[in-house]
Design a protein around this ligand. Sequence first.
Ligand code: ADP
Ligand code: GLC
Length: 471
Amino acid sequence: MKIAHVASEVYPFSKTGGLADVVGTLPSRLSELGSDVSVFSPAYGSVLSRRKGSLSSLYKSWAEVGDNVYEFDILTVKEGRVDYYFFYNEFFFNRDGIYGNAQGDFSDNILRYYAFCKAVLNFVLSNNSHYDIIHCHDWQTSFIPMLIKDKQIRSPKVFFSIHNLAFQGVTDEKVLTELGIDRSYFHMECLEYFGRVNFLKSAIVLSDIIGTVSPSYSREILSKEFGFGLDGILRKYRDKIVGILNGIDYILWDPETDKYIYKQYSIENLNGKEENKRYFANEFGFEAENPLFVIVSRLTHQKGMDLVIKALKRGAFAGASLFVLGDGDESFCRSLKNFSDNSDDVFFLRGFRESLSRRVYASGDFYLMPSIFEPCGISQMISMRYGTLPIARATGGLKDTVMDVSRKNGYGLVFEEANITKFIDKIEEAKRIFEKKERLADFRIRAMKNDFSWKKSAKEYLDVYSDMLRG
Ligand code: ADP
Ligand code: GLC
């Protein structure tokens, strides 16, 4: 089976969050199961600066958009069995930042990704190599189902993954003229959304299959609370929705071989984890004997940052330390900086730093993830792989991956309501667990014994692709 993944980010070439982790791993797991897999993504500055030497430029593609024609150079590289195609257009992708910069999101993101998708499709369809499945990820690729429909072709079939329904590619109606999109799509059952244009909505309508990144999220998005205005259309198409749990790359994220952490460790040798904490505490001036709570995240409402700030204000981390690595909403960053500047036990580091994130996962005792909604969540799986117990709200993929310690074989701390008292109760419970070293070690081992690798989920994707080709 020949499969094309199209996405706006892919690890290790470009990354702002879990989407990159997924597109960075699933294709290679699919190829190990015998499929022929390619990944199509933009050639941002980060891709070029990191990989320029290993990329070769063999092909070109183009996109007609309104009255303009944009040219793309295609840079290719093969890693393992996967072929990567990076699409470069100077005007669209030679900038600092992926979706935006310090001033905010780029104002032409819809144009950038529309042109990218058109160029990808022109290449895929003209390359003489027939793809069976085109797997699109998130709103940046939501144009593809419509572009395929335009061409009136029955193949490739489109699998569309929703990683986060909060982002939909919504804009004014005038975009139809600017991009040259046929007005026949602009009606309530397709692109139209309260008088505006919603590209994700058209992808929901026109794709063959819709995927969500956890089973729980596939059910939640049918409700008003989690549907972000699209629950009605999702309910209409519920028969083509499948929920498949994300995994993480167990080779890439492995405390036994991770060369960025202070000291490697494993289930058999958890003392190494303690050593990481001691080095880390030393580096950032924490008291190593206290419990260490950590966060590596986008700092947004989705991630429950309001609860974290409230917990700080109520002194919930007394007798403990909190380390936050992340970037995001200005107001959360300001509050965190304020606590960090005024306390020895709180440290906030603003930025996106992968190697540091590994030391954080390895050194923490508890990982905070009080998300308001969470399509899947990659961070809690990484933290468990490193024996750091997640404190998570029961929503989306967190529900499917974190089991409360009160349950048989549980290993995490789970609370139901997005409520500060419930969150602080769990922080207090974590501090008590921390005092009982044997219990703590047992829970860590249970967390580490979980299998969140892609083994099962990659097979599930292949089964769905096969059904699509039969159907
Ligand atoms: P989301 O995609 O919603 O941001 P996920 O939990 O699915 O959340 O994935 C987040 C990914 O991004 C994880 O791999 C996490 O380690 C990484 N990450 C988030 N913030 C940072 C940061 N500031 N520095 C390094 N890695 C980060
Ligand atoms: C999105 C979601 C996150 C998910 C990731 C990868 O960014 O917010 O929950 O893990 O996509 O699917």
